[in-house]
Design a binder for this molecule. Structure first.
Ligand code: PNS
Length: 161
């Protein structure tokens, strides 16, 4: 039973995140999508909203036999991963610019918890420029975001606007 944690802010979840979860499902039996609780940052969606949206959209994707659940965590990621008896952390890498930040985190996490591996996965090319930050930016400026996020996310963003 191989379990991985896919941590992030998911504010909001994008099609790129879903693509990585589906790819991760080819490698792991279980993936816990873990939303970071960050009391210093108020997001577009609240933690509860993000969790609810993620749970809903995960029902719509093909996951094979892989179990995918949604949780939230505060504090150190490696501690949370250990508490969940997880074998790996999954992170998506879109471009070289992501790699530098991700490598730094992966190496720090390895120093803190040498037995925990970080697995970098590349999303489909069509999502290689998609980020939650840019989705929010173009949405606020009135541009369409269909194809970048699941329809439910777009609907919920419109309601909140
Ligand atoms: O989606 P994001 O915002 O890029 O995700 C960043 C995340 C949640 C993976 C990172 O901020 C994190 O792991 N935070 C938990 C605190 C922690 O363990 N910090 C040390 C990381 S080396």
């Amino acid at each position: 039973m191989r379990r991985a944690i896919f941590p992030g802010s998911f504010d909001p979840v994008t099609n790129g995140h879903l693509d990585i979860i589906q790819r991760g499902c080819k490698l792991f039996d279980e993936i816990i999508v873990a939303i970071l609780v960050n009391p210093e940052k108020t997001g577009f969606f609240s933690l509860d909203e993000r969790s609810e949206i993620l749970t809903e959209v995960l029902r719509t994707i093909d996951r094979g036999d892989c179990k995918v659940s949604v949780e939230s965590f505060a504090g150190l990621l490696v501690q949370y991963a250990a508490d969940r008896e997880s074998h790996a952390i999954v992170r998506g890498i879109r471009a070289i610019s992501d790699y530098e930040y991700e490598l730094q985190m992966a190496l720090m996490n390895r120093r803190l918890q040498p037995r925990l591996e970080t697995v970098f996965m590349m999303p489909a090319e069509e999502y290689s420029y998609v980020s939650s930050r840019l989705v929010k930016e173009v949405f606020h400026l009135g541009a369409p975001i269909d194809g970048l996020v699941p329809p439910l996310v777009e609907e919920r963003m419109r309601k909140k606007k």
